[in-house]
Design a protein around this ligand. Structure first.
Ligand code: UD1
Length: 422
């Protein structure tokens, strides 16, 4: 059975009801797994989701010589025998986040060579900020024949780095590199996402000395080595947000458990503005949909702004809201690939540059649609759950990269989704 041949058949019309549990965060697990390379010993990571992207990162670690013991959601990674081998295009191409091994390998071994990760479906996604920061720390960098080579004569040196934009990946790579550098590194205009806070917690558990995660300045005092540790990954705020939108769009009543509700504040605020009832409890949120939702305007921003990773899902919701919504995407230049597919289902969306004007329609209708990327896929499933008749969603391997058996979770809440392998 080939993975790319899988599709979802979604029969719309069910109102979702019940409780759904959120897994560990994909975007927190990926840098943390890359960070295990900093330690010549055994590191235990709990609450890791079972996803294709996690498998891709495990494959990179194993290729470099790590031993990875997979005990369900607990991974024990031993990087004692790791070497800084050249990472080929084949491995890098599978997942952009493989670039997160750059900082750790350079810091521990003084040299690294990886294939340039290149662009992806949502934008060009350059690495200039990662490389500029490493250069400021004394690395010599060459970009040739599609590969990035970085070397440092002895040890990276602490530096003052000001990021042009608060890139999540650059903040993570530089923070990991700085843990083993000589002296103090300051990263200004750093990303403030909860995943950065989780990475700080993990690295500090291994003996790193990092302060400031969650604010726009990070201070990292380099240490000579990191020690084995154990860490539990935070819940996935984007998975949680997606299930919250599912409850809202299907006029359902769903309690999403295992969440850190403060991480969901920007999503909760927009759902409430759209007329959705959201009740926040200690580790869960209850979402009750309204009869007809109201249009709202959305602008994606770095955390604590509205997350770009929730933009397609919110757009799906707003296609059936009452009135006209304006959605502005400020993070990625090509993140509207779901628009033509939503239009096939009857949505009224007009694009002007990085802005989408969504005029709410009373209902959507089933169609054959294609998934272009992970969150676009999540949006199409949401739209299909309220469309009249059936929708066939092709290329669902993108969805499997970031959602663990999404259809099982939705079906347990009353949806009708069948996975078809052809
Ligand atoms: C991470 C998330 C992704 C999320 C994104 C923004 C992971 C594995 N992925 O991606 O799901 O959508 O944050 O919240 O955590 N940029 C540059 N130069 C650089 C690096 C980035 O110009 O060197 C730009 C990018 O083109 C983009 C913006 O900065 O326009 C934000 O990208 P970044 O925060 O780096 O995203 P990722 O870390 O790749």
């Amino acid at each position: 059975m080939q993975r790319w041949a899988q599709k979802f058949l979604v029969v719309g019309g069910s109102s979702l009801k019940g409780t759904v549990k959120v897994n560990g965060s994909k975007n927190a697990s990926l840098p943390i797994l890359a960070g295990t390379l900093l330690c010549a010993g055994k590191v235990t990571i709990n609450n890791v989701p079972k996803l294709q992207d996690i498998k891709n990162m495990k494959d990179v670690l194993i290729y470099l010589g790590a031993q990875v013991k997979d005990e369900g959601r607990k991974l024990v990674v031993d990087c004692i025998n790791v070497q800084s081998l050249e990472i080929s295009e084949e491995l890098m191409r599978r997942m952009r986040a493989s670039n997160l091994v750059l900082g750790p390998l350079l810091a521990r071994f003084g040299n690294v060579k990886i294939s340039y990760p290149g662009g992806c479906n949502i934008g060009s996604r350059p690495m200039n900020l990662h490389l500029k920061g490493l250069k400021a720390m004394g690395a010599e960098i060459k970009e040739k024949y599609g590969y990035i080579t970085a070397r440092v004569p002895s040890r990276l040196k602490g530096a003052e780095i000001h990021l042009d934009v608060p890139s999540v990946g650059a903040t993570e790579n530089l923070m990991m590199a700085a843990t083993l550098a000589e002296g103090v590194t300051l990263i200004r205009n750093a990303a403030k996402e909860p995943e950065i806070v989780d990475l700080q917690k993990f690295l500090n558990a291994m003996g790193a000395q990092i302060k400031g995660a969650g604010s726009d300045t990070l201070e990292i005092k380099g240490v000579s080595r990191l020690e084995p540790a154990e860490h539990t990954v935070i819940p996935d705020r984007i998975e949680a947000g997606t299930y919250m939108v599912a409850a809202a769009i299907t006029k359902g009543d769903v309690t999403v458990t295992n969440v850190i509700s403060s991480h969901l504040d920007p999503i909760i605020a927009k759902l409430k503005e759209a007329g959705v009832k959201v009740t926040v409890n200690k580790n869960s949120v209850r979402v009750e949909g309204a009869d007809r939702l109201k249009a709202v305007d959305i602008k994606t921003m770095p955390y604590p702004g509205f997350p770009t990773d929730m933009q397609p899902q919110m757009m799906a919701l707003l296609t059936v809201a009452d009135g006209t919504s304006v959605i502005t995407e400020t993070i990625f230049e090509n993140r509207f690939k779901h628009v033509p597919e939503l239009r096939r289902m009857g949505a009224d969306i007009h694009l002007e540059g990085n802005t989408a004007i969504v005029r709410g329609v009373p209902s959507l209708s089933g169609a054959f649609v294609e998934v272009s990327d992970l969150r676009a896929g999540a949006a199409l499933v949401l739209a299909a759950m309220v469309a009249e008749d059936g929708t066939v969603i092709n290329n669902i391997e993108h969805i499997d990269r970031g959602y663990e058996r999404m259809e099982k979770k939705y079906n347990a809440l009353g949806a009708r989704i069948i996975r078809i392998s052809t």
